[in-house]
Design a protein around this ligand. Structure first.
Ligand SMILES: *Cc1c(COP(=O)(O)O)cnc(C)c1O
Length: 477
């Protein structure tokens, strides 16, 4: 009736000759471990299960459902054909331990993507391994650290970060053991050059910059900054999260940067709801090439191969070769767009400027400059009238808009950071503008009403403090 077997490779099991004879298990599994009661799984039909999950997914807000102007996140439309390509059997059933010989197609795709990213950024070498932008920052800063170690300049312990920077920048540099020095922004929302000069000494390893920066403003003095840093023997790190503003118009190499990360899940149209998976490739100039993580993908004119033999590599930063499915989607997007990548950036910048011009005046615009792909308003005036930026964000949800990024960057009070991307039509932008104007008017005349939002979301108004202090993390009572 039963056989307990052990194979020579150590695999053990029970073979039931009669699968209905469950009692046999009782002879083998200790009684104390056997379940006494049913586990209470609902007995449902396929249709009922389907409706349950559809209902859950309907509660989610996504780009397919409405406008998603989440500043700094580049929530552009992700073409569905990319999903089809990423699910091709040859891509998704390939085992990462298969030989180079067996993996030529995947290696070719990675190699071609590396080449495309080199061209787009102007850099000389690429690693596709990091799994997100912040992971790219960590990887990039590790290469910078190793570069100075090999040069014998271990005194270079400081990394300069502008006060407008994304929080991951100082965090990544700190995780590499650097000390963070903040440089302030001037009245035009750009790095204050005089303040920067005062911070420079021989202990400075690098500056981390985002350009356009998180205010959506292009750093006009970037070449001067690059010269200052390089004359000081320091390097420049480019946070490429805002790359959607500049594709094909300029690149970090021309701006004088040494290391760049890209967020494929922002700029190159791969999904990034719910935290991933993403991809944050790092691109570097020739002098940092030997420090990249291994393997890098190479082509000898005949075959593609994984090269593990980089003289000063920082080692591995991730298992295997990165989030391969994301790389497939990004490569498909790049091929599909070709030279139109440049138009995507142009439209993203145009859309942001259009909304900015329509909303400024009604909402405060702290840095009244032409913006790039995004801009930052302040809800200070509305706050004084009784509704904070958080209230505005919640009101927008009742009109089927995902709220913009709020309270970031930190240097703007009551910040509202809007990034429309190139995906949207003028009708959508006009609808959003008129809703924002309507909300400002409601706040002026009847702030109490605005404070009742959101009313139409699956979860209505919550007590923020209670939710933070006593989070309800179970799905049942
Ligand atoms: C999104 C973002 C990051 C971090 O990227 P992740 O992929 O979310 O880790 C870093 N800097 C800026 C400016 C960003 O917008």
């Amino acid at each position: 009736m039963k056989t307990i077997f052990e194979k020579s490779n150590g695999v053990c099991g029970i073979e039931l000759s009669d699968s209905s004879d469950i009692n046999v298990l009782e002879n083998i599994i200790p009684a104390s471990l056997l379940r006494k009661d049913s586990i209470g799984l609902p007995m449902l039909s396929e249709l009922e299960v389907m409706r349950h999950y559809k209902e859950l997914s309907d509660r989610n807000f996504c780009i397919e459902k409405g406008f998603y102007p989440l500043g700094s996140c580049t929530m552009k439309y992700n073409p569905k054909v990319n999903e089809l390509l990423a699910s091709l059997e040859g891509f998704c059933n390939l085992h990462p331990l298969q030989s180079d010989e067996d993996s030529q197609g995947a290696l070719e795709l990675m190699f071609n993507l590396q080449e495309a990213l080199k061209k787009i950024t102007g850099m000389d070498a690429v690693t596709l391994q990091p799994a997100a932008g912040a992971h790219g920052e960590l990887t990039g800063m590790m290469t910078i650290k190793k570069y100075f170690e090999v040069k014998g300049e271990i005194n270079r312990k400081k990394v300069i970060v502008p006060d407008s920077a994304h929080g991951t920048n100082p965090a990544s540099a700190k995780m590499c053991g650097f000390d963070i020095v903040e440089v302030k922004s001037n009245e035009r929302g750009q790095v204050d050059i005089d303040a920067l000069k005062e911070l420079l000494d021989k202990d400075v390893a690098a500056i981390m910059m985002t350009n356009p920066n998180t205010l959506g403003i292009f750093e006009e003095k970037v070449l001067e900054i690059s010269e200052l840093m390089h004359n000081n023997g320091s390097l420049l790190y480019y946070d490429g999260a805002n790359f959607n503003a500049i594709m094909g118009w300029t690149n970090p190499r021309l701006m004088g940067f040494d290391v760049v990360h890209l967020n494929l899940h922002k700029t190159f149209a791969t999904p990034h709801g719910g935290g991933g998976p993403g991809a944050g490739p790092v691109c570097v100039t020739e002098k940092l090439k030997d420090f990249l993580p291994v393997p890098v993908i190479e082509y000898d004119g005949n075959k593609y191969k994984r090269n593990y033999d980089l003289p000063h590599t920082i080692g591995k930063v991730r298992s295997f070769y990165g989030n391969f499915g994301v790389l497939v989607r990004a490569y498909a997007y790049i091929l599909m767009m070709g030279n139109n990548l440049k138009l995507a950036s142009a439209d993203a910048v145009l859309n942001a400027n259009y909304i900015k011009e329509k909303l400024k005046g009604v909402y405060e615009l702290p840095y009244d400059e032409p913006c790039m792909h995004e801009f930052v308003l302040s809800g200070e005036k509305q706050h004084e009238q009784g509704v904070s930026t958080l209230g505005i964000a919640k009101r927008l949800m009742d009109s089927n808009y995902h709220p913009p990024t709020v309270y970031f960057p930190l240097i703007v009070h009551e910040a509202i950071m809007i990034e429309p991307t190139e995906s949207e039509s003028k009708e959508v932008l006009d609808g959003f503008i008129s809703t924002m104007l309507k909300i400002a008017e409601e706040i002026r005349t009847n702030p109490e009403e605005v404070l009742k939002s959101p009313q139409k979301t699956p979860i209505k108004k919550v007590d923020e403090t209670l939710a933070a202090r006593q989070p309800d993390l179970t799905f049942k009572e």
